[in-house]
Design a protein around this ligand. Structure first.
Ligand code: NAP
Length: 403
């Protein structure tokens, strides 16, 4: 059959136009990246073929970043990679090591900033059979929307004792009457109405598209009133202005919410950590600033069995990059040992983003069946009695046999 691989495009309303044979760039990643990509890409191709025969397929194109890029081009994040990601709109990546002591910031943070991937989306759901420290991990079924570009991650920091920190402290003391020790290191936490609202808008839209019951704004606004507190206010304002008929504030609720309506509420971050442990079944979609999201997404992933199986996506209005949520796990690199589940489930999320829901469902089903049959990699095998420990690539094969 004649195939015409093309890039994914975006129409004037911001919707994806996905050809039948899209070109999708992948960044293999450092450390265990090559192991998990080999296993995961075999699953993706088998699942697309299972769902659509030869009517649809993916044309994977490797783009370089991280150690491989540095070794071949002398750059950690080549211009060509960024151009390709911009052009193709949707990509998938393995983990990238952050060079220690070099002049470069985290490549992941750089990618998110350059492509303006402002929403980090992490669905957290229990897969039956995965060992968990919780009595009822099946009660956790949430999707985290973490703001990716602002907050204390904006990189505005000055070390204690530097001329920059001293100048800033002097300004704050003399111009704004702020009492700060002259020895302090200084970090700045910028948060904007637009930055917060575009994230919360996505979370609400996800809730509406996926029959979600509620969106919870998770903030520390009782202490940081003009950043985290403002995030909460901007969230309610957005819901009132843009979704007046579809979203109702918890405080205005009389009885149950009408079918098709999403409830918006908010929780203080520390309380949310308790709620996630004690009453997880009451929560659905969570939207939060960057730092809260960093903490809460790993904590929730641990509740359902750890990072080895947690999928993630970084999404903006112009591009989306799906990624394994764990790091490069260097001690396992090249050993064909590590769990490829995170990248495989991130792929499922990517296919859902393309509207190829059959592929996403097939992948999730295959992975769940493999775990149910207790065919697992070392990380799960060491906690799962009666399991058969397999290699990374064999886990991929076990999924393919169960698609
Ligand atoms: P890590 O690479 O995630 O690994 C820490 C430990 O977590 C591993 O030794 C292993 O534990 C377990 N683990 C991680 N992935 C696993 C998987 N797929 N299956 C089973 N177990 C898994 O964290 P790190 O050592 O802190 O970070 C290493 C490098 O990765 C750093 O350069 C960091 O900057 C980078 N990083 C990148 C990303 C990203 O690209 N998104 C994210 C986080 C970190 P056991 O030894 O107990 O088996």
């Amino acid at each position: 059959m004649q195939r015409n691989p093309e890039c994914i495009a975006i129409d004037s309303a911001g919707r994806l136009i996905v050809p039948n044979h899209p070109v999708i760039p992948f960044i293999e990643g450092d450390g265990v990246g090559a192991d998990i990509w080999r296993a995961a890409s075999a699953v993706f191709d088998a699942a697309v073929s299972k769902a659509y025969g030869d009517k649809r397929s993916v044309e994977w194109v490797e783009v370089l970043a991280g150690e491989k890029a540095h070794a071949r081009t002398g750059e950690w994040l080549p211009r060509e990679t960024i151009d390709r990601l911009r052009q193709c709109r949707v990509a998938i990546k393995g983990p990238l090591a952050t060079p220690v002591g070099g002049g470069i910031r985290s490549l992941n943070v750089a990618l998110r900033h350059i492509l303006d991937l402002y929403a980090c989306i992490r669905p957290v759901r229990f897969i039956p059979g995965v060992p968990s420290p919780m009595k009822h991990p099946e009660r956790v079924n949430m999707v985290i929307f973490r703001e990716n570009t602002e907050d204390v991650y904006a990189g505005l920091e000055w070390a204690s004792g530097t001329p920059e920190a001293k100048r800033l402290i002097e300004f704050l003391r003399t111009q704004l009457q702020a009492e700060i020790s002259p020895e302090a290191g200084i970090g700045i936490k910028p948060m904007t109405p637009n930055g917060s609202k575009r994230l919360i808008r996505r979370a609400i839209q996800w809730a509406l598209d996926h029959a979600g019951k509620s969106v919870t704004l998770v903030h520390k606004g009782n202490i940081m009133k003009h950043t985290e507190g403002a995030f909460r206010e901007w969230g309610y304002e957005l819901a009132r202005e843009e979704f007046p008929d579809r979203v109702v504030a918890e405080k205005d609720l009389k009885g149950d919410a009408a079918p098709g309506t999403v409830v918006i509420n908010d929780r203080i971050a520390d309380s949310m950590f308790q709620q996630a442990l004690l009453r997880p079944e009451e929560y659905d979609i969570l939207a939060m600033p960057n730092l809260n999201g960093d903490y809460l997404s790993d904590a929730l992933a641990a509740q359902v069995g750890g990072l080895g199986m947690a999928p993630g996506a970084n999404v903006g209005d112009q591009a989306a990059v799906f990624e394994a949520t764990h790091g490069t796990a260097p001690k396992y690199a090249g050993k064909d040992m590590i769990n490829p589940g995170s990248l495989i489930l991130s792929g499922a999320l990517m296919f859902e983003h393309l509207g190829w829901n059959e592929v996403a469902g097939t992948i999730r089903h295959g992975l769940e069946q493999a775990v149910r049959d207790k065919i697992v990699t070392y990380d799960l095998a060491r906690q799962l009695e009666g399991s058969r420990q397999v290699k990374c690539s064999e886990f991929g094969q076990a999924i393919i046999e169960r698609l």
